[in-house]
Design a protein around this ligand. Structure first.
Ligand SMILES: Cc1cc2nc3c(=O)[nH]c(=O)nc-3n(C[C@H](O)[C@H](O)[C@H](O)COP(=O)(O)OP(=O)(O)OC[C@H]3O[C@@H](n4cnc5c(N)ncnc54)[C@H](O)[C@@H]3O)c2cc1C
Length: 493
């Protein structure tokens, strides 16, 4: 084993969609900066960003019922839905820019138009959906949404789901045609191809083993080249930890005060996939239902049309489960190894409060295929076991942290952690996930490069015309960017 020492401006750990996005933004804004990427696997986008490890929903709050809340006075709180939608519009604009610049070819290789549907059963849920719809359509972001509780209309929208269905209880759905299916794996690979062409050094089969800060503020990394069994050392002015589920242990290695009292709780996912063309052809939507009582928000069941390598398939799930691994390719020691003296109390407090969730996840994991088929049959009454196979999806590591109100709070969102000087940033959590990657990476840049961001603003506005503007309050600009991005991403019929 030999040693090598190198210096660079920026190191990105992990070749997932987050590092791809940050690297691409930085190459547009500061092309002279040297960037090095270390990825432990042998290709980009192989963990959560891989097309079969996530559901590929372009999350824009067009169908996910958990982004709206019905308040006690009967009104609908839309704040989360508006924020997720606006964040997705930022991604759309950046992706359009990349297509228009020729940095990404063939948008249909990563994004396809697909109606987004919310679907509910039972009187109370139907009433809720109608109330929600009436509020949502008043906002320009959700213009075009339709509601129906008429079985004939539902048969037209959802032929596979309504086949041989007897209306034993009230059913309703909302549908909006401006939804998307996104192949985040393909997008990640295209962005990395482009980064390599622009001189970014992308080192696959390189595991980052340790991180230390030098007295001058630079970051030193110890890396193992697993192919050649060589240990390398590299330093950088700025470090981004985009290790997906593997980010937490790497953040802990930095030793920054902001990394203390934070823990992670891994939740695994299983999908069911159908490739039978006769069945696949009868469904054309992403259909989100309501989460079961006690289920975490990311296990809302949904039945999706997917476009992968130009082939259509159906995906149902996710079924949540428990695994101590932080990455799909991780180790069973990940959870145990992340418990440190500084987060032990935080973790224990969270564990004590969430015994019900752990029990739910263990029960979910123990389900037989037939039990999972029963859940699928609430969407497709005639679903047959031989048409559906189980696949293991990616791991999501939920953040556990102390808040002013609560010790050991389990969070279901995304958390960007940076040091005070803005020399290191880590991304934890996975929701809404890849759909909002551009917004989240701009947040990293605002926190770590505040001065440069002022200088870069004109270029950012060229790439993302709505940057800094609330689109829900600017219907004209929304119309303009939505039409322009639909055209360049080939999302119009
Ligand atoms: C079941 C499931 C469904 C989802 N559905 C959706 C969806 O429908 N829509 C959506 O927008 N988002 C969805 N997400 C979330 C989305 O997939 C993630 O937010 C996103 O892919 C995270 O990207 P990332 O780059 O942070 O992580 P990843 O894609 O996981 O990449 C991290 C990379 O870091 C590497 N790495 C880790 N540790 C090291 C190390 N020490 N040294 C070197 N390399 C390292 C890993 O090998 C990996 O390649 C879903 C996630 C899951 C698990």
């Amino acid at each position: 084993m030999t040693n090598q020492q190198m210096n660079t401006d920026v190191i990105l750990i992990g070749a997932g969609v987050m590092s791809a996005t940050l690297g691409t933004l930085l190459k547009q804004l500061a092309p002279e900066w040297n960037i090095t990427v270390f990825e432990k696997l042998d290709a980009a986008g192989e963990e959560s960003s891989h097309e079969l490890n996530n559901a590929g929903t372009g999350h824009a709050a067009l169908c996910e019922l958990n982004y709206t809340k019905e308040l006690e006075d009967g009104s609908i709180d839309m704040s989360k839905a508006i924020s997720v939608n606006e964040q997705f519009q930022v991604s759309r604009q950046f992706w359009s820019y990349l297509v228009e610049q020729g940095l990404i070819k063939n948008p249909e290789d990563f994004i396809m138009p697909l109606p987004h549907v919310s679907y509910v059963q039972g009187e109370d849920n139907v009433r809720f959906l109608k109330n929600r719809y009436e509020t949502m359509i008043q906002n320009p972001l959700f213009k075009g949404m339709e509601f129906s509780d008429d079985l004939e209309k539902l048969k037209e929208w959802l032929p596979l789901m309504m086949e041989n269905r007897t209306a034993s209880e009230p059913l309703a759905a909302t549908k909006i045609d401006i939804g998307t299916d996104v192949n985040f794996g393909s997008l990640t690979r295209m962005m990395f191809d482009n980064l390599e062409q622009q001189g970014v050094d992308v080192e696959y089969n390189h595991v980052v083993e340790d991180i230390t800060r030098r007295p001058d503020g630079r970051w030193d990394l110890k890396i193992l080249d697993t192919k050649n069994n060589i240990r390398k050392f590299q330093s950088a002015k700025f470090l981004f930890i985009g290790g997906g589920g593997g980010s937490l242990p790497l953040l802990q290695k930095t030793g920054i005060p902001e990394s203390k009292q934070i823990g992670g709780f891994p939740i695994s996912g299983i999908f069911m996939v159908c490739n039978n063309p006769e069945i696949v052809e009868k469904h054309n939507a992403k259909v989100y239902g309501k989460a079961a009582v006690g289920a975490p928000p990311m296990s809302v069941p949904h039945l999706d049309t997917r476009y992968i390598d130009k082939e259509k398939s159906l995906l149902f799930g996710p079924f949540a489960g428990f695994s101590p691994k932080f990455l799909k390719t991780g180790s069973n020691m990940d959870l145990f190894g992340s418990v440190k003296p500084n987060n032990l109390v935080t973790m224990l407090a969270c564990g004590a409060k969430n015994m019900g969730l752990t029990k739910y996840l263990v029960e979910q994991l123990a389900q037989s295929k037939e039990q999972r088929m029963e859940e699928l049959r609430s969407f497709i009454p005639d679903a047959k076991e031989e048409d559906w196979e189980l696949i293991v999806a990616g791991q999501r590591v939920q953040v556990i942290k102390d808040t002013p109100e609560e010790k050991g709070k389990l969070q279901f969102g995304t958390e960007v952690v940076t040091d005070e000087a803005g020399t290191v940033a880590a991304l934890l959590g996975a929701s809404p996930g890849a759909s909002t990657a551009v917004h989240v990476m701009l947040d990293v840049m605002n926190r770590c490069f505040p001065e440069e961001m002022q200088e870069w603003e004109p270029k950012i506005k060229e790439m993302i015309p709505s940057y800094g503007v609330a689109l829900s309050e600017n219907p004209e600009l929304f119309k303009e960017v939505h039409e322009a991005t639909s055209k360049s991403l080939k999302l119009t019929k």
